[in-house]
Design a protein around this ligand. Structure first.
Ligand code: PMP
Length: 327
C-alpha cells in the first residue's frame, strides 16, 4: 500500500461557527438562492446527464460570448485543476507552481504524480518570468487574483506570451476584480480555471469550468469523467446564469465597502486586493486562530508558506459580523 505525505485534512466545522476560512461569498441574500433553486423531473434523476454536461457548457459560452467548444464543465475548480495537471503529466516535462498560492495546487499536483518546482514571487509580489522560463518546466500554475496574497498578477499576459509551455491560470476570484469574461483563451497554451464557488456564492453546488482554445479544451474533455456534475447542480447554475448576475454584482459592491472599512481598521501588515478575503501577518498565528475559534470564528492559518509565514487569512463578511470580528 502506498503511503502519501501530502494528505489534505479538513476539520468539519459545520455551520455552527462563522466560517471565514474558505472564501465563500457571504454577501448574497437568501432571496438569490430561492430564486435560482431548481425543480427537477424524475427523468433528470433517473438518467445520466448529457455527455460532459455539454448543454451547461454551451450556456456558459453564450453567457460570456466565448467560442463554441471552449468551455469544459468541471466538478469545481479543483477538478479543473486536476484535469489541467493531468494534461501536464501527459505533456511531460514538469510543472512549476508560483508560490505563495492556493495550497490545493500543490496537493493536486502531487495527487496526479507530479513533483512541482516552486517559484516564489519577489517580495513586492512581482513575478520574475525569466525564472519560470529558465526552470525548464513545460507547465506553470499561477493564480490571479492570487490566494492568499489577493493581488492581481500583472505579468500574466507577458508570461503567456513568452512562456512556450502550458499556463494553468486559476481565476477562481476573477469576478470580484470585475474580470467577468475570460480573455486569454485565444492563446493556445492557456487553461483558465473558473468556479461558481466564489463570487457566485455556490460552493455547495460544486461546479467550475475551464476555458481554453478549442483543441486544448477537447484534450481536457478527454481526461474528464463523462458526467462531471449532477443534473441538479447543472440546473442551479443555468438558473444562476439567467437570473443571478445582478445579485452577484450587488454583493461585490457591498463587499468592497466592507473591505475598505476592514482595511482601515487593521494596522498590521496585510495582503489585500480586489477579492473577498484579507491576509494579515500576526505574531502568533496558531494561538490567534484558536482564540478566534473559541469566539466562534474560523480562520485559515497559512503556516509555512513563503512570504506568508505567520499569517492568517479570513473571508470578508457583512458588516455586522466584521464589527464583532475586528473589534
Ligand atoms: N482555486 C482557488 C484559488 C481557490 O481559492 C479555491 C477554493 N478555495 C479553488 C480553486 C477551488 O474552488 P472550487 O470550490 O471551485 O473547487
Amino acid at each position: 500500500m502506498p503511503i502519501f505525505d501530502f494528505a489534505y485534512e479538513e476539520p468539519d466545522v459545520g455551520y455552527s461557527k462563522i466560517r471565514l476560512h474558505f472564501n465563500e461569498n457571504l454577501f448574497l441574500p437568501e432571496e438569490y438562492y430561492r430564486e435560482i433553486m431548481p425543480s427537477v423531473e424524475p427523468q433528470e434523476l433517473r438518467y445520466y446527464t448529457d455527455p460532459n454536461n455539454k448543454r451547461l457548457a454551451e450556456k456558459i459560452e453564450i453567457f460570456h460570448g466565448l467560442p463554441q467548444g471552449s468551455v469544459v464543465v468541471t466538478a469545481g475548480a479543483d477538478e479543473g485543476l486536476r484535469l489541467a495537471m493531468q494534461l501536464s503529466v501527459h505533456i511531460d516535462g514538469g510543472l512549476a507552481i508560483v508560490e505563495p498560492t492556493y495550497g490545493m495546487a500543490h496537493v493536486i499536483a502531487r495527487q496526479v504524480g507530479l513533483k512541482p518546482t516552486v517559484i516564489t514571487y519577489n517580495s513586492d509580489l512581482s513575478l520574475d518570468i525569466d525564472r519560470v522560463i529558465k526552470s525548464g518546466v513545460s507547465s506553470v500554475y499561477i493564480c490571479s487574483p492570487n490566494n492568499p496574497t489577493a493581488h492581481l498578477v500583472k505579468e500574466v499576459e507577458e508570461l503567456v506570451a513568452r512562456f512556450s509551455g502550458l499556463v494553468i491560470l486559476d481565476s477562481a476570484y476573477a469576478e470580484f476584480a470585475g474580470l467577468w469574461t475570460p480573455k486569454l483563451y485565444e492563446y493556445g497554451n492557456v487553461i483558465e480555471i473558473r468556479t461558481f464557488s466564489k463570487a457566485w456564492g455556490l460552493a455547495g453546488a460544486r461546479v467550475g469550468y475551464i476555458v481554453a482554445e478549442r483543441k486544448l479544451a477537447q484534450s481536457l474533455r478527454v481526461l474528464s469523467p463523462p458526467h462531471p456534475i449532477s443534473s441538479f447542480s447543472a440546473k442551479v447554475i443555468e438558473n444562476a446564469l439567467e437570473k443571478g448576475r445582478p445579485y452577484v454584482e450587488r454583493s461585490i459592491q457591498a463587499l468592497s465597502v466592507v473591505r475598505e472599512w476592514v482595511l482601515s481598521k487593521i494596522k498590521l501588515e496585510k495582503y489585500y486586493g480586489p477579492v473577498n478575503f484579507v491576509t494579515v501577518r500576526v505574531t502568533k498565528a496558531e494561538s490567534i486562530a484558536s482564540r478566534l475559534e473559541s469566539e466562534g470564528f474560523v480562520v485559515r492559518v497559512l503556516g509555512g508558506k513563503p512570504l506568508c509565514s505567520s499569517c492568517i487569512r479570513f473571508t470578508l463578511a457583512p458588516m455586522a459580523i466584521m464589527e464583532k470580528f475586528i473589534l
